[in-house]
Ligand binder design. Structure first.
Ligand code: SF4
Length: 141
């Protein structure tokens, strides 16, 4: 995970980044789980200046200002590898407290749909945004 200093330290920020990174870290703290998830980059920027390179994160998180409130836009499928790819925005942005749960759902789709030893990025390119979007925005029962 890469995270810019965000609103805690940067005057240009639209939103905080560090608390988002901390919340994600807390959510995914189990070593065996992380080993099972495998290679997956998460990049967080507090504004469009993109110091956290959110646009090339497998999962990218960008802080945005919505009428004075901090929200976060999530993109999937970015890559800074040889075949560089910009992530695609999954849909409407989320409140800070929603982000760990959003990542949990995205990763659940990956684990459910992946082929043997397939990385997150490769699964994303094979199945596309649809299944991720469906799961993340599904209404709670
Ligand atoms: S991305 Fe924006 S908030 Fe983050 S360090 Fe760069 S300028 Fe500051």
């Amino acid at each position: 995970m890469i995270c810019c200093p965000g609103g805690d330290f940067c005057a240009l920020a639209n939103a905080k980044s560090i608390p988002i990174a901390e919340a994600i870290q807390r959510k995914f703290s189990n070593h065996e789980d992380l080993k099972d998830i495998g290679p997956l980059t998460v990049n967080i920027s507090g504004c469009m200046n993109a110091c956290g390179h959110h646009h090339v994160g497998n999962i990218g998180i960008l802080g945005v200002d919505k009428k004075g409130d901090e929200f976060y836009q999530v993109s999937l499928g970015g890559s800074a590898e040889n075949h560089t790819t910009l992530g695609s925005i999954i849909g409407p942005s989320f409140a800070q407290e929603e982000i760990p749960g959003v990542l949990e759902k995205v990763i659940a789709v990956y684990r459910d749909q992946r082929n043997d030893n397939e990385r997150f990025l490769d699964t994303f390119h094979r199945i596309g945004m649809g299944p991720f979007k469906e799961k993340v925005y599904a209404k709670a029962d």
